[in-house]
Write a protein that binds this ligand. Structure first.
Ligand code: PFF
Length: 464
């Protein structure tokens, strides 16, 4: 068997793992859910979720991958036994990679379209309705959605086909520093705006007035999984390319900090713009694709800022998409013995087709409003979802937390204590954290995840 690929350096791994974590979740989703949930207090709860739930699972995933030197399914087999039900967690992860990337690529495609619009002159002189119309037209346009989705998938496949060092790591080394520089440039611009002070106080003053603790906590918890790329074996896969004495504690903390810093920076870029132009922070998913362009349309040099912002969004999405594809690709390489090029093309094509219904979800037919009517019957009145929303709901609310629960239980209860302790302590100065890590994985993580499920199926209800 060919020797397993490894990262060129620890920095390469950190950049690739941070690239996976930092994505649409940080720049598109985090600001809007923070806006919808009242700002500061939500940020605080989110930080707690990252520390007590997210980081322990990330360390657990990297531990599994690094110890087994294998992608998720093979890793669970190596650490339990062939045919063990734990392999199901690995399978779930592979399935999840297909599901998430199929719709993730559609949103990344919107970012590509907005780059194109920015180059064409941006949103200068457009009023709010016109900008809203631009997004609605894009959402409903089948050809455009499919075109950008295909282009984004081609880019992702083009990188993953190059392998770990020459594909994933090399591109993470290029895109992540660029992403950071673009973010700083945008932040400097945002700091000069009138709304900056208001944005800082919105983000960092915990205000519990009208705050709905239950739903907000669960939203924060679910997002902690998504934003750190946890629960589906992405970090198991990336961890499997580490050498067995690489420090998993420091690297996990670094990745968690980078991810959080970028998410907060995204808010510090967006909210000053939103406040300066008198718009609402709670605008929902349209915050980035509608509210922000409205503001860009009124700013001097708006087209440039808009190009910079949507370029940033695309880079962030690309380094995350790579990791999603890598989970699927590594499965076929490790388990089926396929070559990397064949496996990448195969997975890329399947995901491309699987994404087409999501790309068509803005329409009125089968995958759009007809599907909304259908899901209303299952999920109840007012909960109807098109194909795109259904995939997102299934992955974020069910598959990731379930996978995360499996990973936590596996590491905390199934893996031998000695192997676990040695693995955690290998190469790190933070060996003292070992018992804290095990405690969180044993009790706190399962409790948190089960609460999310009970909420999702309506057993816990937060009536106003
Ligand atoms: N962490 C990515 C984001 O915040 O956009 C999304 C993601 C990537 C989730 C990779 C899961 C994953 F395996």
């Amino acid at each position: 068997m060919a020797q397993r690929a490894h990262w060129g350096s620890r920095m390469g791994f950190i950049l690739a793992a941070a690239g996976s974590a930092v994505g649409l979740g940080n720049i598109w989703k985090f600001p809007y859910i923070t806006g919808e949930n009242g700002g500061g207090i939500f940020v605080l709860i989110y930080l707690v979720c990252i520390v007590v739930i997210g980081l322990p699972i990330m360390m657990g995933e990297i531990f599994i991958g690094r110890t087994a030197q294998n992608s998720p399914v093979g890793a669970f087999r190596a650490l339990s036994k062939p045919g063990s039900p734990w392999l199901g967690v690995g399978w779930l992860g592979v399935a999840c990679a297909f599901v998430i990337l199929s719709y993730y690529s559609v949103v990344a495609g919107w970012a590509l379209h907005y780059i194109y619009l920015s180059i064409k002159g941006g949103f200068t002189g457009m009023d709010a309705d016109t900008v809203g119309g631009v997004f609605n037209d894009l959402f409903a346009d089948k050809t455009l959605n499919i075109f950008w989705h295909v282009l984004f998938m081609v880019m992702t496949v083009g990188i993953v086909i190059g392998g770990i060092q020459k594909g994933v790591e090399r591109w993470a080394r290029i895109l992540m520093p660029l992403l950071f520089i673009m973010m700083i440039a945008l932040l400097i611009q945002a700091m000069r705006m009138d709304g900056f002070k208001q944005a800082v106080s919105f983000l960092f003053t915990p205000n519990t007035e009208n705050f709905r603790w239950g739903p907000a906590t669960l939203e924060a918890l679910g997002h902690a999984f998504f934003t750190l790329s946890l629960g589906m074996g992405a970090m198991i896969t990336y961890g499997s390319y580490l050498k067995s004495d690489d420090d998993l504690v420091t690297t996990s903390i670094t990745v968690g900090v980078l991810d959080t810093v970028i998410a907060l920076m995204a808010c510090l870029v967006l909210f000053p713009i939103i406040f300066t132009f008198g718009m609402e922070p709670g605008a929902g998913p349209g915050l980035v694709f509608v509210s922000l362009p409205i503001a860009f349309g009124q700013m001097t040099g708006g087209a440039i800022w808009s190009l910079l912002f949507f370029g940033l969004l695309t880079f962030a999405a690309l380094t995350s998409a790579i990791s999603l594809l890598e989970v699927a690709v590594s499965y076929f390489i490790d388990e089926r013995g396929w070559s990397r090029p064949f496996s990448t093309l195969f997975c890329g094509l399947i995901i491309l087709f699987l994404g087409i219904p999501s790309a068509l979800s803005g329409g009125t037919d089968l995958f759009g409003s007809k599907m909304v009517n259908l899901t209303e019957k299952v999920l109840g009145e007012g909960n109807g979802k098109n194909w795109f929303d259904s995939f997102d709901y299934l992955a974020t609310n069910w598959m990731l937390p379930l996978g995360g629960l499996g990973i936590a239980l596996f590491v905390a209860w199934r893996v031998g204590g000695q192997a676990r302790e040695q693995g955690f302590k290998a190469g790190t100065k933070f060996g003292k954290l070992y018992w804290g890590w095990v405690f969180l994985l044993r009790y706190i993580v399962p409790l948190g995840v089960v609460a999310v499920f009970l909420y999702s199926i309506g057993v816990i209800d937060f009536a106003e």
